[in-house]
Design a binder for this molecule. Sequence first.
Ligand SMILES: [Zn+2]
Length: 316
Amino acid sequence: MRCAYHRDYFVTLPASHPFPMAKYPLLLERLLAEGLVAPPDLIEPGEATLDDLRLVHTGDYLAQLAAGSLDAAAVRRIGVPWSAALWRRSRLAVQGTLEAALAALDDGLAANLAGGTHHAFADHGEGFCVLNDVGVATRVLQRDGRLRRALVVDLDVHQGNGTAAIFEGDPDVFTFSMHGERNYPLQKMRSTLDVGLEDGLGDEGYLDLLRRHLGTILGGFAPELVFYLAGVDPARGDRYGRLALSDEGLARRERHVLETCRARGLPVVLTIAGGYAPTPQRTAELHAIAFREARRIETAATGAGASCQRRHAGGS
Ligand SMILES: [Zn+2]
């Protein structure tokens, strides 16, 4: 599976900062060590262009990000101190999701080892999210005639409020968010379908709701591409999540989403979104589960050799 990654996805933050920035290099290290990703599968994104970013974000917000002139309240809302490196990182991650989406349209399945920054709105960032990668990637692909209808399956434990607001009223983009009802953001936006979950929900209740709603969505909406935000903050013991999925429950979740979409021939782009386990190592371990399931599904569907051949036949 082709994966977008850039070493500058990692930005140094103050030591006491709660965001687990180290999870990005740790996840890559783990995927390479397990053989789930091979070095030739890595796509190194450049920075998303301002023209592309303007398809979603306001000129004012982008100008302030570029100049480092956001006011203190705007920076507090993002929750990560502004730096030139953060601005660059945010554009790299948007481009990573776009590159992964293009790879998914060719190969069926691809990933960005970052992305899923679903709390970013057109005119501001919040909740550790600066730019909305899925929003921009969707609009770029639509502009370029590569895509009309997209489905966003957002299983991060927090509601995809920015994504919901960006696509509200757009019949070509179905936003599905399944999240902790009592979690941040307290004021929810309106996704096409929101499923708010009770605190403490475990594997069976969670998977039952997922199966039911994903089946209904795909019964009535025919996307050409699925963006999957595979946040691992619904895991038991997450610092912010209030749910209680086991590792096996997460594996079943990833298998279900990927198998259901791939069985219908839908290309899927996987973004990792949030995860706040007690250590960045553990967070990376939880993110790796989706890649293990993706490998299992690819191998079952085509065999490793066939997948390789198909990619080369596609000229990439
Ligand atoms: Zn989250």
